[in-house]
Design a binder for this molecule. Structure first.
Ligand SMILES: [Mn+2]
Length: 275
């Protein structure tokens, strides 16, 4: 597999739209794209992973606790994202979530099918599935913005000693959380980066120090739009598992300096997906 940067460095000016955990919801994705396209030519879009593997259910099988009914359209969402990246080179990015990782060496996820990887790759067909694996293998794990924010899919459970060490990680080599006697510190680091759910404030500060940032934003959990932990952590929920009025995205000024999560304000930086 081609090796590509595990760390994405965002620019120091422009606007940045951030959304996460779409899980095959094309209606929400198109809403985000419309918001992105209303930004000027210095606008960027960052998706924090888990774009794929939504519910493949009929309307009568649907659990209303998952929000408004939709049917998984992971294949269409991936195609639309790929086209968007082509149309706006260097301005549209996605981080690797655990559901994407499942296609490039991670454990296969099993929420809405016994094997969500197999189901999606069957729907895509062999050739497109191979294209998908090549593409996902190049998705980064972290994004860092000079405005002071570290972005990742889940809570970054451990920092590498130096940022450059992220590039040594191999998506095929990971170790589950809680398995302590590790032969391979890189495999342990990858596990902690992909599957940690939240951090204590001191743990978060240690990671931020390595990243050179003041706060971190991640998705992965279903919270009511967003949740703040201490001064350093914001958990964002943009789509999956929520009613439309709870879905939140971020719109940030890449030229600003955000010193803590208190600088991210509802109605300013934290915006409803639908208004
Ligand atoms: Mn996830």
């Amino acid at each position: 597999m081609p090796s590509a940067a595990k760390l994405l460095r965002l620019p120091a000016q422009g606007r940045l739209l951030v959304a996460t955990d779409l899980r095959g919801n094309v209606r929400d994705f198109m809403q985000i794209v419309a918001r992105f396209e209303r930004l000027s030519t210095d606008g960027y879009l960052l998706l924090l992973g888990d774009l794929i593997h939504g519910p493949y259910l009929t309307e009568s099988e649907w659990d209303p606790r998952l929000g408004r009914y939709y049917r998984d359209e992971s294949p269409g969402l991936l195609m639309k994202l790929s086209l968007l990246q082509e149309r706006y080179p260097g301005r549209v990015h996605a981080l690797l979530g655990n559901h994407e990782h499942a296609h490039v060496g991670g454990p296969h996820t099993a929420r809405f099918a016994a094997d969500e990887v197999q189901v999606l790759e069957q729907r895509l067909g062999a050739e497109v599935a191979e294209w998908l694996r090549q593409w996902l293998a190049g998705w980064p794990l972290w994004a860092i913005a000079p405005c002071g924010i570290l972005f990742s899919h889940g809570a970054p459970g451990q920092a590498p000693a130096q940022l450059e060490e992220l590039e040594d990680l191999d998506y095929r080599r990971w170790q589950p959380l809680g398995q302590t006697e590790s032969q391979d510190p890189r495999a342990r680091l990858l596990g902690k980066l992909l599957w940690t759910r939240s951090l204590s404030p001191p743990e978060a500060r240690r990671v931020l120090q390595v990243a050179g940032c003041h706060l971190m934003v991640y998705g992965r959990e279903v919270v009511e739009g967003y949740e703040v932990i201490g001064q350093e952590q914001l958990i964002l929920a943009s789509s999956f598992g929520l009613p439309d009025d709870k879905k939140r995205i971020l719109e940030l000024d890449l030229g600003a300096r955000y010193e803590s999560v208190a600088a991210l304000r509802e109605g300013h930086e934290i915006l409803p997906l639908y208004r």
